[in-house]
Design a binder for this molecule. Structure first.
Ligand SMILES: [Zn+2]
Length: 271
């Protein structure tokens, strides 16, 4: 494992833009990498296309005095602080309709964020949307199109995927530690759906040292994951083993820019 104190590449003066669909996507998909980039000196900017107002709620009491979109926006800002994200742009496109609604608006907002922040790299979902979530696929499509529209002058685009089988292992480890079936849900999604259709990564980023921050950021999303969620059940060693590698590949765009996120990663050879 790389020694973060001595071997970490410097990212001072560099900017990374991450584009996701809902509050919590950033923490679940690549919270460790975002925190590691921030710790290495990068300015990390997060664009979140919706306020997550349509998802299921872990505890209605948490939203009693407000509306869900506002609560989730606050949870996202807290998670962003935990990860060291410098700037958070939260848009109010309709949760659940991102693939079809406000398509030109979201395209224009992503282009505007690239123009404003001049990122050295952009991260978003891959084609599989982590688990074929249509909002995630919509954000993948919008981000790809936005970057492509800038041609060869665009920053490199990176797709993040989740390793297949990991969420199943997290659930099994949580059950072994006493979690009940009621507690083993990830947002009501079948664990095997995560990463099931992912294209193999081009490189992986070792974030074992950043897993506690990733879990803390996930924990900020209190209306999404209740206190007994599977991540809360597993111990530190299991969390580092199961969540300590984040998977990426560089998207096929015309960008002529040098690679950036790869500097943190280890290449994965094709089988
Ligand atoms: Zn999402």
């Amino acid at each position: 494992m790389a020694d973060a104190q001595t071997d970490e590449p410097g990212f001072s003066g560099r900017t990374i833009l991450a584009v996701f669909a809902h509050p919590d996507d950033e923490s679940l998909s690549c919270g460790g990498t975002l925190a590691r980039l921030a710790d290495a000196g990068a300015r990390v900017v997060l664009l979140c296309a919706s306020r997550g107002e349509s998802g299921s709620v872990s505890d209605q009491a948490l939203v009693a005095a407000s509306d869900l979109g506002r609560v989730r926006s606050d949870e996202l800002r807290e998670a962003a602080r935990t990860l060291g994200i410098a700037d958070v742009l939260i848009y109010d496109h309709p949760d659940g309709e991102l693939r079809w609604e406000d398509v030109p608006e979201l395209h224009a907002e992503i282009v505007a964020a690239i123009v404003r922040y001049q990122p050295d790299g952009v991260i978003t979902f891959a084609e599989d949307g982590l688990y074929w979530h249509l909002d995630h696929i919509g954000v993948h499509e919008r981000t790809y199109t936005a970057v492509r529209s800038l041609g060869a002058d665009a920053p490199p685009l990176y797709y993040v995927t989740m390793p297949k089988g990991v969420m199943r292992e997290v659930v099994e480890a949580a059950v072994a530690k006493g979690a009940t079936l009621k507690d083993t849900s990830f947002w009501g999604i079948e664990p095997d759906a995560f990463g099931d259709a992912a294209i193999p990564p081009g490189f992986v980023v070792d974030v074992r040292e950043w897993v506690p921050r990733k879990l803390a950021a996930l924990g900020c999303h209190r209306t999404q994951l209740g206190p007994n969620n599977p991540f809360a059940r597993i111990d530190d060693g299991q969390a580092r083993r199961l969540l300590g590698l984040e998977h990426f590949r560089r998207a096929p765009t015309e960008s002529r820019w040098e690679s950036i996120i790869e500097q943190l990663g280890e290449p994965v050879s094709s089988p």
